[in-house]
Design a protein around this ligand. Structure first.
Ligand SMILES: Cc1ncc(C[n+]2csc(CCOP(=O)(O)OP(=O)(O)O)c2C)c(N)n1
Length: 631
């Protein structure tokens, strides 16, 4: 095995070019085997094996800077930079991160998780290099999906303006997670497939080589002709117009050709875009056949059959949302669904099939999706903007400026609220309460189970007074029965799910059940604890809060969200504004990033378990007894 001898890029450079295809084969086998146990981003990584080999073979990382967009396709890079023996721990607690991670290796120079940041990273590093008069290379790897993100286009615009030396590798596999969409995608398709275009390019380049020999006026005419002809026949002219030299398309599975293209790029002045064509899932037939499914696998799979082992039990919240949306849309023609490149992850594939004309995949464009939703609402539609909590961070200003300020009837379906497990710190949905609850006009709620999710969707559709958001977790439902006709819930109403007068836990989402467990633990110790499902984060249930304060009952707020700016802080503000001073403790996520692990481990890490909650209440109990004794 060649792979056994590779512990660093230096080892790779010792191989001959002709040995690289065998090494590529071994790396593929390695990834297919390792990920069959841990899960992970298999298809994107199988597609970049030769690319990553070529980069490490030719360049000198970490002096030369490799910037991977999203960072989900850096497994091969990790294999080549001494982390092969850690793949059994991929995406697990204290194990190898599923994305680029600076703490792991000096070769990881730029972290991401969210897409379309690599070109900004690349131009920033190129500028720093030039200002410090260094001569290292900067190479950004960006997929055709990530290129549709607004940030990437902003950066491209600036890169062309700055004209600094850097290489953008456009890894074109025609896929985002789902099939890529949009005009840019169509343009790349044309460049990729149009044979006459390619033939014309070859003939034209032959002609160009002849032209400089001609002198005088004729040469100037020829130059002009050259420029106008270029528009017609040079593939990638769009990028040339942006100010980048275009090279390609190059076969992204031919290491020699890739190295040749990179050498050519290095010989150019200024920024170069190398357009490479790859197959997502290359070398593993189930992944090649369905790279959407194999983009990211959460659990394990059987290598032979490609069968992915799914958890048994109740459906995920995502699925309940998707099904309920179809039911609602059958009855209400105003309903349309919007997704920024996540039709599968957001549970919208069924909706897209049932209502193809009412579903809009806008590409990786969270900001555009938000503003477009505002306009749809203002013209009488009921847009349901389905988005992961973490990616909605991108569209904060659009939510404030275009949706809430217009008081537009947009429904936000915010998936992956709370911890997300293996994707880790870049993907947790733990800030949305903090970045949404202070915006005027917005209603924000979270269900305690899948039936309440359906009721909240009915609530949202019936609500015509402005924007309304439902956040729900990345987990299976509770397995509760679903009402045939989900009834809307009065806006701002909380629910007492368990009576008790010794202390109260105010909780949302999955924490309601943690609270119930804690109450059960304490019942055995003779303490009766009330559990409140604080399902509206905004507006809060002012009447219930007043009642709780009046009773002088000690309260614990339990939420799987950043404690700073979360539900607990909203409750404290409410009491402060109403001049009430009840005894409250907050339990949520502390002020630091929480790394990859299982959701259960992440909750345990920050003290969001039933035992932790019970412990907090025991000390309340102690306090109360002390107070009683003192009185
Ligand atoms: C801002 C943001 N939105 C959505 C995602 C989810 N996401 C992760 S990878 C990906 C597709 C990227 O496609 P591409 O850049 O072509 O890379 P490929 O996986 O095909 O290699 C998407 C939509 C994200 N990471 N960041």
């Amino acid at each position: 095995m060649l792979l056994d001898s590779i512990h660093s890029p230096t080892d790779l450079k010792r191989l001959s070019m002709s040995e690289l295809p065998q090494l590529a084969q071994e790396i593929r086998q390695f990834l297919i085997e390792k990920l069959s146990v841990t899960g992970g981003h298999l298809a994107p990584n199988l597609g970049v094996v030769e690319l990553t080999l070529a980069m490490h073979y030719l360049y000198d990382s970490p002096t030369d800077k490799f910037i991977f967009d999203v960072g989900h396709q850096a497994y091969v890079h990790k294999v080549l930079t001494g982390r092969m023996n850690r793949f059994d721990t991929l995406r697990q607690k204290d194990g190898l991160c599923g994305f680029v991670k600076r703490a792991e290796s000096e070769h990881d120079v730029w972290e991401a998780g969210h897409s379309s940041t690599s070109l900004s990273g690349a131009i920033g590093m190129a500028l720093a290099r030039d200002l410090q008069e260094r001569s290292n290379k900067v190479i950004a790897v960006i997929g055709d999906g990530a290129l549709t993100g607004g940030m990437a286009l902003e950066a491209l615009n600036h890169i062309g303006h700055e004209k600094r030396k850097l290489t953008v590798v456009l890894n074109d596999n025609e896929m985002s997670i789902a099939p890529n969409v949009g005009a840019l995608h169509n343009y790349l398709g044309k460049v990729r497939s149009d044979k006459t275009y390619r033939k014309a390019k070859d003939e034209f380049e032959w002609l160009l080589r002849k032209v400089p020999a001609i002198g005088g006026k004729l040469a100037r005419t020829a130059e002009r002709l050259k420029d106008s002809l270029k528009y017609l026949v040079v593939p990638g002219m769009l990028f040339e117009e942006f100010g980048l030299k275009y090279l390609g398309p190059v076969d992204g599975h031919d290491t020699e050709k890739l190295i040749e293209a990179f050498r050519q790029a290095d010989n150019c002045e200024g920024p170069v875009l190398v357009h490479i064509l790859t197959v997502k899932g290359k070398g593993y037939s189930p992944a090649e056949a369905d790279s959407h499914k194999w983009h990211g696998i959460t659990g394990s799979y059987k290598i032979e059959s490609g069968q992915v082992l799914k958890p048994v039990g109740p459906p995920m919240y995502t699925e309940v949302f998707g099904n309920a949306l179809i039911e609602l849309a059958e009855k209400d023609e105003r309903i349309v669904a919007i997704t920024p490149a996540m039709p599968g992850g957001s549970g919208l594939l069924g909706f897209a099939q049932r209502f193809p004309g009412r579903m809009f995949d806008v590409g990786i464009a969270e900001q555009h999706a938000a503003t477009m939703s505002a306009a749809l609402a203002m013209e009488g539609m009921k847009p349901v903007y389905a988005v992961y909590s973490t990616f909605l961070q991108r569209a904060y200003d659009q939510v404030v400026h275009d949706i809430c300020r217009h008081n537009a009837n947009v429904i936000f379906a915010i998936d992956r609220a709370g911890f997300v497990g293996g994707d880790g710190e870049t993907h947790h949905g733990v800030y949305d309460i903090a970045y949404l609850r202070h915006i005027p006009n917005l209603v924000l709620m979270m269900p305690k189970d899948e039936n309440e999710l359906r009721r909240m969707m009915a609530t949202a559709v019936a609500y015509d007074d402005g924007p309304i958001a439902i956040r729900y977790p990345r987990e299976q439902g509770r397995g509760v029965a679903l009402d045939a006709e989900p009834a809307p819930i009065p806006i701002g109403s909380w629910e007492v799910v368990r009576e008790g007068d010794y202390a109260a836990i105010l909780a949302i989402g999955p924490m309601v059940h943690v609270a119930e467990e804690a109450a059960e633990l304490l019942k055995r110790e003779g303490l009766s604890v009330r559990v409140v499902n604080a399902r509206f984060v905004k507006p809060l249930d002012g009447a219930m809060l007043a009642q709780l304060a009046k009773e002088r009952i000690p309260m614990l707020v339990l939420e799987e969200t950043a404690v700073s700016g979360g539900l607990g802080s909203a409750i404290l503000e409410h009491y402060a504004l109403h001049d009430m001073r009840p005894n409250i403790r907050l339990s949520g996520i502390p002020d630091r990033f929480i790394e990859h692990a299982t959701i259960k481990e992440q909750r345990a890490e920050v003290g969001l378990t039933a035992e932790d909650a019970a412990q907090q209440l025991r000390s309340f109990a102690l306090l109360k007894r002390q107070r009683q004794t003192a009185n």
